[in-house]
Structures are given as C-alpha cells and as structure tokens.
Design a protein around this ligand. Structure first.
Ligand code: ZN
Length: 320
C-alpha cells in the first residue's frame, strides 16, 4: 500500500469518512472544516481544466475523475429491512419514493448537476427509475454488509449489473447502519468493484429513525400521518446523494478544498419555501402541520436542499 495509487485509495476512504461526518455535523449549517486534503492535496492543487466540459472557478474543484454522463442515469433501489411494517415503513412509502425517483429526471433541482462535467462531457441532469428489489431482514448493516447487499442484488440478477447506474440501499427505521447512521450521517455514497463493474451505491436510512437529526420537519408535504416524515426526509437525502454520486462517482471528480462535494456545500440549506395549504399537492397531514416545500414536480411537492451550482461563481440554488 505504498504506491501512489494505494495511498490515494486510503485518502479516498478518509475523505469519505470526513464527508459522512459532515453530513450530520453540517445539518443546519456548513461548519468549516479543519481538514487538510492529505493524499489528494496534490491532485486538488494541480487539477487543471483539460477540456471544454470542465468549468472551474466556481468554488468547487475538478480533481480529474469521471462524472456520470448517462442520459438518463438509472437509479436502482434495494429496499432493506421490513418495508411492510408500521409508521412510514410501508408499501405506500416504497411506491412514493419510486414515483419520486421516476419523476426526478430533468427537473429544476436535478438539472443543477448538469453544470458538472469531465473532459468528455457533462452530466445530463436526467435520471430514471431502473427498478427495485426487496431484501427482508432484521439485521443491522455495516459498511461491509452494505456492500455485499448491493453485490448480492447484482450477482443474483435481482438488479442489472450497470456501471452507469446508481444503486440506493434504503433501510426501514428499525435498521441501523453501524458506521454512524443517525449519529454521523443521514446517508452517504461510495463505489466498489462488484461483479467486475465499478458500481456506485448509496446508503440512505429511513430518517424517521432520527427525525431530529435527519429531517428538517417531522411532518412533511408527503407524510401519510403526523410524525411520519420519512418519505420527505429520505427524498431530501437521496437528492443530496444522487447529485453527489453523479458529479463525483468515484470520489475523485468534484469537491472543494475542504473535501466537500456539491451536496455538502448546501447541506440542509433549503432556500425559499412555500407552505402546504389546501390546494397544494401536500397530504392532509402535511397541510395540517403546515409543512414546508420548495420544489414541485411529478404531481407532488417536496422539500429538497439546495445544490451547489458550478457556474456564475458558484452558489446554493434551487434551479439554474
Ligand atoms: Zn454529501
């Protein structure tokens, strides 16, 4: 592990940990990092725009790696745990999240990602719902078993082997991810070689496990009942992770000098919001709670964090 490549891999793992910690630590505000970019520092400092697709100078750096340029990027979901349970751990939540993913492509928030590119092209801003599978289990996940869960879904044929896609493992609220769900992060993304492909995957837990840490409001615009904010909490974290995974799939493309990816730079920063009232697409519970939302598409209202725009000097925005 003394080769430059080996060190880079260690640094990436370190970067990942930092990002994961930031997600929770910066929940209401982006806390400044005391993190030195060891190992990846040279790449950060020496990165240069090497193609017309790479636009820099907007508060986030290009570090040389690829972005995901598929149009659309298929999103696959592994429903892990007990998704025929109580609260928001229900089939209705699965349906709602799959509808959300299926309508997210080319929306105003998703198109912000199209400001990121590599030397051969830009992110499309389009995503699609590629399919799902259910893994019923009462066993908590670790980073290792998370990886094997994704690997098994692919090797078994439950989901396709797609290096151009993004796999989400969504856990019911009785399931913990022992590397720090609810204490250090609400979700994270990473990648690994599985079945011979570079597979990009993300963990997002049902935020109803820790609403105070992972939800901006405990009853959201899509809540089926008061206090069931899991749909909206997960939708927000999924937007964060999808935007990051597509612009930084191998953890070597787009992040700033503090190691913050585009989602981290606007973490839990929602911008201007509207209030659920009768006449909006919000649920009865969302209206009763006066839930907030800031995006509307696919027949629903959502509360999604803003995303860093790699243009015009850079900023957290709701749309380009
Ligand atoms: Zn992040």
């Amino acid at each position: 592990m003394t080769s430059p490549f080996g060190k880079a891999r260690i640094a990436v793992a370190f970067l990942f940990l930092v990002l994961a910690v930031n997600f929770m630590a910066a929940q209401t505000l982006n806390h400044p990092q005391g993190v030195s970019p060891d190992g990846k520092g040279g790449a950060v400092e020496n990165a240069a725009p090497t193609g017309q697709s790479v636009t820099t100078g907007n508060g986030i750096n290009y570090n040389g790696g690829p972005v995901m340029k598929a149009n659309p990027v298929p999103i696959y979901i592994i429903w892990y745990g007990n998704w025929n349970g109580t609260g928001s751990n229900k089939a209705a939540t699965r349906t709602a999240i799959e509808h959300y993913v299926g309508t997210l492509g080319n929306t105003a928030p998703m198109l912000i990602d199209s400001t990121y590119g590599d030397t051969t092209g830009n992110v499309s801003g389009n995503v699609s719902f590629g399919g799902s599978t259910i893994v019923s289990s009462s066993t908590n996940l670790s980073d290792r078993s998370l990886k094997s869960t994704v690997g098994n879904a692919i090797s078994s044929g439950a989901l396709p082997n797609d290096p151009n896609g993004l796999y989400f493992v969504l856990t019911s609220s009785n399931i913990n991810e022992t590397s720090g769900f609810c204490t250090k992060y609400c979700g994270f993304h990473t990648h690994a070689t599985l079945s011979g492909s570079d597979i990009k995957y993300s963990f997002v837990g049902n935020s109803d496990r820790c609403p105070s840490g992972c939800e901006i409001q405990s009853t959201g615009p899509n809540s089926a009942a008061t206090g069931q904010g899991g749909i909206d909490g997960m939708a927000n974290v999924m937007f964060h992770e999808a935007s990051e995974a597509i612009s930084d799939p191998d953890l070597n493309a787009w992040f700033d000098s503090s190691g913050q990816e585009n989602g981290d730079k606007c973490n839990f920063n929602f911008g201007a919001t509207s209030t659920c009232t009768s006449g909006t697409a919000c649920t009865t519970a969302g209206i009763a709670a006066g839930a907030k939302f800031n995006q509307s598409f696919g027949g629903n209202d959502y509360m999604l964090q803003q995303m860093w725009k790699n243009a015009g000097g850079g900023a957290c925005v709701q749309h380009l």
